[in-house]
Design a protein around this ligand. Structure first.
Ligand SMILES: [Zn+2]
Ligand SMILES: [Zn+2]
Length: 116
């Protein structure tokens, strides 16, 4: 699914209690992203690898609480955002398209066959 170029986040909420990033989008959707899943999916070269090099993060990686605590989000141009984590890690750029594809709200999970 390609995201129309005029669809972008209009606001961010860091839900400290549920440890989730909540994003309100210009098309009316409200997406949810668990901190840990977001951190595990970090697309930076160090975490995800690059050019055939294995990254340092995979499905088995155990994170500290600090590493999965979202400190803030920084907007990157008009296409994505960078989460700043409690341990200072901030090199992953999550495109809007990627964020929408990994949204964990019920509405998005059901068609993907995921269950909570
Ligand atoms: Zn990373
Ligand atoms: Zn959703």
């Amino acid at each position: 699914m390609r995201l129309p170029s005029d669809v972008m986040p209009i606001s961010y909420t860091l839900d400290e209690d549920r440890r989730r990033l909540l994003i309100d989008w210009s098309d009316g959707h409200a997406s949810e992203h668990a901190y840990e899943a977001l951190r595990r999916g970090c697309p930076c070269a160090w975490c995800a690898g690059e050019g055939g090099q294995r990254g340092s993060v995979d499905a088995e990686t155990r994170f500290t609480e600090q590493q999965t605590t979202l400190y803030e989000v920084q907007v990157v141009g008009r296409y994505g955002l960078t989460p700043v984590w409690g341990d200072g890690h901030h090199t992953g750029i999550y495109t809007y398209e990627r964020l929408r594809a990994t949204c964990q709200c019920d509405e998005c999970r059901t068609p993907r066959g995921e269950r909570g």
